[in-house]
Design a protein around this ligand. Structure first.
Ligand SMILES: *Cc1c(COP(=O)(O)O)cnc(C)c1O
Ligand code: SF4
Length: 342
């Protein structure tokens, strides 16, 4: 006879499934997601037409952390297609950061002094409904070998660039082989001293943080910074903890950035719990972004006065090193803009 706890276990993705396997078996059908969560489609606040604009994609390991039977689960709300996405809202546009104009070569964004961002992979393991890249022309940003060469030549020719940020999409969707080659080639540019990775994969497919990956990210002369993207304390389970422990043991600086999202993390108790749980897993809060005004994401917006009040509440309750910087990203500025601005 099978004990009930075994049944629950069987409905989850085994943590032993390889990350490649987990990436191949993303949930893409709303009906499958709802069945996994015991949600009745007839009560559905979701709107399937929104999937045509931006597809549903969510790894099983992320669904494992959602509460069954709860349409308002804070992890579910991050991936659930909703009718509100289809409404045009004044001020919410397709390319709010005007990144297409700071794209000197396909796959390279040089917007900030000293730092360049390499779009390593156009794809992500998860489609976050609030993502400012939901309309980004990724097809033009899956660089060919020649384009890699051009991007690396660009970095090599500019002495002011000391940090290379691997971004996307999600850079860790790329293979270890591609990443290893890229890291080696970046490390060969003498004026670059820091390698930074911005990835959501540790939260959504924690097994991506394999020993091989950690070795290739930390095996060069470069100092490594890893910025995860976690919005809610429920995202931080034991599997994530193991991934963070591996990176930490290899000497990687671990930071987190979040997006402030209505109905998901826009209350001080949730934000406090997030900072504390991150710290318990060896990660320091870095940025709390207000939403980029991307078309289709207006229902996640939190008013600026409320954002400021939430930060004040965090400062009251937490040590300074657990209070993230509240920032906004504006087109054509040389850094993120603090809120309130100064
Ligand atoms: C946020 C960001 C960076 C890094 O900024 P930091 O303030 O150094 O974290 C670099 N490039 C782009 C395009 C960014 O959006
Ligand atoms: S770029 Fe980041 S926020 Fe956007 S969909 Fe991918 S994982 Fe989500």
């Amino acid at each position: 006879m099978t004990a009930p706890t075994d049944l629950i276990w069987q409905s989850k993705t085994p943590a032993t499934a390889s990350w490649q396997q987990q990436l191949k078996t993303l949930i893409r059908e709303p009906a499958e997601l709802f069945a996994r969560l015991d949600l009745q489609a007839e009560d559905m606040p979701a709107h399937l037409a929104a999937c045509q604009d931006f597809a549903l994609r969510v790894p099983s390991a992320f669904v494992d952390k959602m509460q069954r039977g709860d349409w308002n689960d804070p992890l579910l709300l991050q991936v659930l297609p909703q009718g509100a996405e289809l409404l045009a809202q004044t001020g919410f546009v397709a390319d709010p950061l005007e990144e297409q104009s700071s794209n000197p070569h396909p796959g390279l964004i040089h917007k900030y002094h000293g730092r360049v961002l390499l779009v390593v992979s156009g794809g992500c393991a998860i489609n976050c409904r609030y993502c400012f890249r939901r309309h980004f022309p990724y097809e033009d940003n899956n660089p060919s070998r020649q384009e890699w060469q051009n991007a690396l030549d660009y970095i090599a020719a500019d002495n002011s660039i000391s940090e290379v940020i691997l971004s996307g999409g999600d850079p860790l969707v790329a293979s270890d082989k591609q990443l290893a080659e890229l890291v080696q080639r970046i490390a060969a540019i003498p004026h670059v001293h820091t390698l930074r990775v911005h990835s959501r994969l540790p939260l959504v497919i924690p097994e991506r943080i394999s020993d091989e990956l950690v070795a290739l990210l930390t095996g060069s002369r470069l100092q490594t910074v890893f910025v995860i993207h976690c919005n809610h304390p429920n995202e931080l389970d034991e599997r994530v903890q193991q991934a963070m422990a591996k990176l930490k043991a290899a000497g990687v600086t671990l930071l987190n950035q979040s997006v402030l999202l209505a109905h998901i993390n826009d209350d001080s108790a949730t934000l406090q719990a997030l900072s504390e749980k991150l710290f318990a897993q060896g990660v320091l809060p870095y940025y709390l972004h207000v939403l980029d005004k991307v078309q289709g994401a207006a229902h996640f917006d939190v008013a600026e006065e409320r954002a400021i009040a939430l930060l004040a509440a965090l400062r009251d309750r937490l040590p300074g090193y657990l209070v993230p910087k509240l920032v906004r990203e504006l087109p054509n500025y040389g850094s993120k803009t603090p809120i309130p601005a100064f």
